[in-house]
Design a protein around this ligand. Structure first.
Ligand code: LLP
Length: 429
């Protein structure tokens, strides 16, 4: 609740727009982004690279929130785009993202997806496994085209985060294991083939990470790898991609450093290590998802039923829930909620905010201090910009929420609310 912006009426403002007005105009649940927050984060990342005088690319991990509006914003801001499926690739291209700015991740890209990526001449495919090397080679032969690739390494680093979102350890399903020599084997295979232009190497240690230590370790290991491969194979990497995963603040329980601090630590470590081995500095790439957009959005809900059992439970139900934000149910993620019309109202109760889905696990916020709330009030849940909408479902045939982009006092609808009729679209009579 640190940096909330309130208007004269004392209501929460999002991108300069009154949250109550947003709730009235677009209905709830509504995910409202403050676009200036996203721009500010991008600018601070860019600034860190520019100040260090290094070549770089910021590649937004579009799984965090994928919509035309965000793809367009990336394009406008000169930010690259990471896609992890044919669907995201399609959406990025249809939204006008320059294919050269797209990289394609995934541990089991299908032949059709790879073919599509190669046909569209995207910037790079991040090669993840031996089967994929085979598939890419086959496609390249049939199309007589060279694939631009980056080799994904599992660097053997355990990030301190939820095990579902930790990816850098040797037993991760992602990438070629470094310590057992599989990464080197992959490099050799691709060097031998005429169909690969290997642009560089990649690693990603996990998500929602709070300490720079893992990134520094990864940078040290990866630069050592570049030195090793240069010595052995005369391999010169153009790109060193150290992934994303920079943690954000969801609630008062989190005490993250500024996301740009991760970028600074990465740059400094890479620069120092490169110097040590007397290598040429490659372009440094980072792949933030959550840190660019997570704190940019607030979800607005309308309260409905309340249930109090003395000394036992105190539920406040809202008109959304696990369908628009599965993170609390899936990861035990902690969020905060407050009254949009009076965020700092004195609290009078400890309540659990639950959704409207037919599951007891459909909880948004557990045991939080709240003021008196009556049916029809608007509750705001901040920091819901990442992995909320993108993991949304229409479970129970509750439609996905609407999404607005707010900036300079204006709101723009970017994703319509999913209607009952929309949910019938795939039915075959
Ligand atoms: N790069 C790669 C290769 C990744 O796998 C991911 C996230 C990112 C970048 C971006 O990570 P970020 O900066 O957003 O933390 N659904 C989970 C997060 C899954 C992340 C998967 N990979 C959640 O809601 O916390």
């Amino acid at each position: 609740l640190d940096n909330l912006k309130l208007n004269e009426a004392g209501h929460l403002q999002i991108g300069g727009v009154d949250s109550l007005q947003l709730a009235h105009e677009y209905q709830t649940p509504l995910i409202a982004y403050d676009v200036s927050y996203i721009k500010k984060e991008i600018a601070s990342f860019k600034d860190a690279f520019v100040k260090a005088g290094v070549k770089y690319r910021i590649v937004y991990a579009s799984k965090a929130f994928s919509a035309k509006a965000i793809y367009r914003l990336l394009q406008q801001e000169g930010v690259g785009c990471d896609v992890v499926s044919g669907g995201e690739l399609y959406a990025a291209i249809k939204s006008g993202v320059d294919p050269e700015m797209i990289e394609f991740h995934g541990n089991n890209k299908t032949p059709a997806e790879l073919e599509y990526a190669i046909k569209e001449n995207i910037g790079c495919i991040v090669v993840d496994n031996f089967y994929e090397i085979e598939l890419i080679e086959k496609i390249c032969v049939s199309k007589n085209k060279i694939a631009h690739v980056v080799l994904r390494v599992a660097p053997g680093i355990e990030a301190e985060t939820h095990k579902y979102i930790s990816t850098g350890q040797s037993n991760s399903k992602f990438g070629f294991d470094l310590d057992s020599g599989q990464a080197q084997e992959a490099l050799v295979q691709m060097l031998r083939s005429p169909w690969f232009e290997i642009r560089g190497v990649h690693c990603h240690i996990g998500s929602q990470i709070f300490s720079v230590a893992g990134f520094k370790m990864a940078a040290v290991k990866m630069v050592r790898l570049l030195w090793d491969w240069k010595e052995k194979y005369d391999f010169k990497a153009q790109i060193l991609n150290l992934g994303g995963g920079f943690g954000i603040k969801y609630s008062e329980n989190d005490h993250p450093i500024e996301p740009v601090e991760f970028v600074r630590a990465i740059i400094q470590t890479v620069q120092a290590e490169i110097k040590k081995y007397e290598l040429t500095l490659p372009e440094i790439w980072v792949e933030p998802g959550r840190s660019l957009i997570g704190e940019a959005a607030t979800t607005l809900y309308t309260t409905g039923s309340m249930k109090k059992v003395p000394d036992l439970c105190n539920f406040i139900a809202v008109d959304g829930g696990m369908g628009d934000n599965i993170r609390p149910a899936l990861y035990g993620a902690k969020y905060a909620a407050f009254l949009a019309t009076d965020p700092y109202a004195p609290t009078t109760q400890v309540a659990t905010v639950v959704g409207k889905y037919c599951e007891s696990g459909d909880v948004l916020v557990s045991d939080q201090e709240l003021p008196e709330v009556k049916p029809g009030d608007i509750l705001a849940m901040p920091a819901t910009g990442a992995y909320g909408y993108s993991m949304a479902s229409n479970y129970n045939r509750n439609g996905r929420p609407a999404v607005v982009f707010c900036e300079d006092g204006h709101a723009k609808l970017v994703l319509k609310r999913e209607t009952y009729a929309d949910m019938m679209n795939l039915e075959v009579d």
